[in-house]
Ligand binder design. Structure first.
Ligand SMILES: [Zn+2]
Length: 189
């Protein structure tokens, strides 16, 4: 059980230090965020329970974010049901696991929980990434080029891949994102 340690950052109080570290990460990248922006009842089985994801990242990302200290397999059954309820009602949730850090290939973190036409789809290896051409930020499966970037950049990178010019569309290797991870970890609260 992780101990709740309220942390102040930018004049705002976060329930967990880990949540505050992600706020540093968002700030560094100029990603707009709302902390605990809503508290709506979601349907869990026959009952309605209060549940709020930790963050909302407005458009273009338009993602709810839930910070979890551990691997998603450790989500309790109730947490899973709440996540499903929220996703169906209000949109995709990005589950960020652990401290902000350069993702390790051998871990599955992080996860995107989406409702695709009534079917819940969970995608692992969701990594923060940046388009090397225009700087658009996003979260994609194994990094790559953010889908929010102009289609031409995305297509160019893929074409390069097929031509073997680039081994990998590696938007997650962005130096700016690496600096954001470092800033988040180095922040002294
Ligand atoms: Zn781009």
């Amino acid at each position: 059980m992780i101990q709740a340690k309220p942390t102040i950052f930018n004049g705002r109080q976060f329930r967990l230090r880990m949540e505050a570290r992600w706020a540093v990460f968002f700030d560094f990248l100029h990603i707009e965020y709302l902390y605990e922006p809503a508290w709506d009842a979601v349907k869990v089985g026959w009952a309605y329970v209060n549940y709020k994801p930790d963050y909302f990242l407005p458009a273009p990302l338009a993602l709810w974010v839930e910070i979890k200290p551990r691997h998603i397999d450790n989500l309790s059954y109730l947490e899973m049901l709440k996540t499903i309820g929220w996703t169906k009602e209000y949109g995709s949730i990005l589950i960020l696991v652990g401290q902000p850090q350069v993702p390790k290939t051998n871990s599955q973190e992080h996860y995107l929980v989406e409702d695709r036409k009534g079917k819940l789809v969970v995608t692992d290896h969701m990594w923060w990434c940046e388009c090397p051409k225009c700087g658009t930020l996003g979260v994609e499966h194994y990094g790559g080029i953010p889908a929010a970037c102009s289609t031409s950049h995305y297509t160019e990178e893929i074409t390069d891949l097929f031509d073997n010019v680039l081994p990998d569309p590696d938007g997650h290797k962005s130096q700016r994102i690496k600096r954001a991870y470092k800033a988040a970890r180095d922040e002294k609260f």
